[in-house]
Structures are given as C-alpha cells and as structure tokens.
Write a protein that binds this ligand. Structure first.
Ligand code: SF4
Ligand code: SF4
Length: 196
C-alpha cells in the first residue's frame, strides 16, 4: 500500500549520496545533494535551449551518480559561466562550479568534448594567459580559427573587429611571471589532490 505521507525526495537523498557526487564535493566543495529540483536554474539559463541536458537534469544526474551520461552531455561545455543559476538557486548548490568541475573531470579523463570548439577555446585562451599574463584576444581568435578550420567563416568578422579597434593586433604582457607561478601552483595542487 503506498505511503500516504511520502518523504520528499530532497530529504531522502542525503542518505543516498553517489560516489560521483561525493568526489565532486571532496574535490570542489560543491554539494549537489542540496538540490531539490525546483528548476529555477534552468528557467534562468540563457543557453538552456541548446543544451542536451538542462542544468536541473545535470545536477540531478550528478546526485544519482550517472557520470557517463553527464560527462557525455554538451551542457557544461555550453555553460558561459554567467552565474544566473547560482544566483537564483534557493539551495545554494553552486551549480556554476558544478559545470566547471565537470569540464575539469572530462579534460582530465580524456573524454572527447561534445563541443570541441569550446574545449579548444579554453585550452588556447589559458595557454595565452599563461604566456602573457593576460588575455590576448586577437591571438585566441587567430589560433582558434586555424584549429577549428573556420578561417573562411570568421575572417570577415575578425577584420571588422580589427578595423573598429576591438582587437589589438599585438599582445600585451602584464605580470606574466606571477601568472606563470599561479599556473605552477595550480598544477601542484592538482597533483596533490589526485594523489590524496
Ligand atoms: S535552482 Fe538550485 S535547487 Fe533548484 S533545481 Fe537548480 S540547483 Fe536545484
Ligand atoms: S552559469 Fe552556465 S548553467 Fe548557469 S545559468 Fe549561466 S550558462 Fe546556464
């Protein structure tokens, strides 16, 4: 006979935390288990209609330990880190950080990105920040069009932006040494976390 007073799902799940969810909490400090599926994150997400899993579905799947399903979605690659989900969340789950954590895990585990251009953008942008201490937009645009084979499509836009002074042709350098040390400290921290 069905229980006439079912316990709400969010009260049940704390005793039912998946290993995947626990690992994300241990490494990134985000408690996906706090989510009670209200959907406010998804309704505010500007990229939601292009995602194959909504942000609400992603966090639920993380709680359930559906690692393969989540890591093979395009959701966290399309996330633009606008923070709308996090600011709307009544449970303070830190969904934006969940998206970051998923991209990190996918890259470390060599999972083929569902949106290769986005992954290439991260790698290219970070390599230039590491080198110059700050973003070099024209460099990112040039390298990305070469890597993704979109030179013919994007060349016109690049030229228009250059003409309007929106892109600097040459890179600037600022605190490059300090930035290099930050990258080294992050790499060291990641090594320690992987070994712990
Ligand atoms: S807004 Fe927060 S509690 Fe609501 S579904 Fe999204 S992550 Fe869960
Ligand atoms: S941070 Fe990402 S998931 Fe959250 S609302 Fe913005 S685009 Fe959507």
């Amino acid at each position: 006979m069905p229980d006439s007073n079912p316990v709400p799902e969010y009260e049940l799940l704390p005793g039912h935390v998946s290993e995947f969810s626990s690992n994300i909490k241990a490494m990134h400090g985000i408690d996906a288990n706090m989510c009670y599926q209200c959907g406010k994150c998804t309704s505010g997400c500007p990229l939601n209609e292009y995602m194959d899993m909504t942000p609400t579905q992603v966090i639920h799947a993380v709680r359930l330990g559906l690692k393969e399903l989540v890591l093979n979605s395009n959701t966290y690659w399309l996330c633009v880190a606008c923070g709308t989900c996090t600011s709307r969340c009544p449970q303070d789950t830190g969904l934006l950080q969940v998206m970051d954590a998923l991209a990190n895990i996918a890259m470390k585990e060599g999972i083929k990105p569902k949106e290769p251009a986005v992954a290439a953008f991260y790698r290219t942008g970070l390599s230039l920040v590491k080198r110059f201490g700050m973003m070099y937009e024209a460099g990112v645009a040039g390298l990305l069009t070469l890597k993704t084979g979109t030179l013919a499509r994007d060349a016109g836009l690049g030229i228009r932006m250059l003409k309007k002074g929106k892109l600097d042709v040459l890179p600037h350098s600022q605190n490059a040494g300090e930035m290099k040390r930050i990258f080294e400290r992050v790499a060291q921290k990641e090594k320690e976390l992987a070994g712990s």
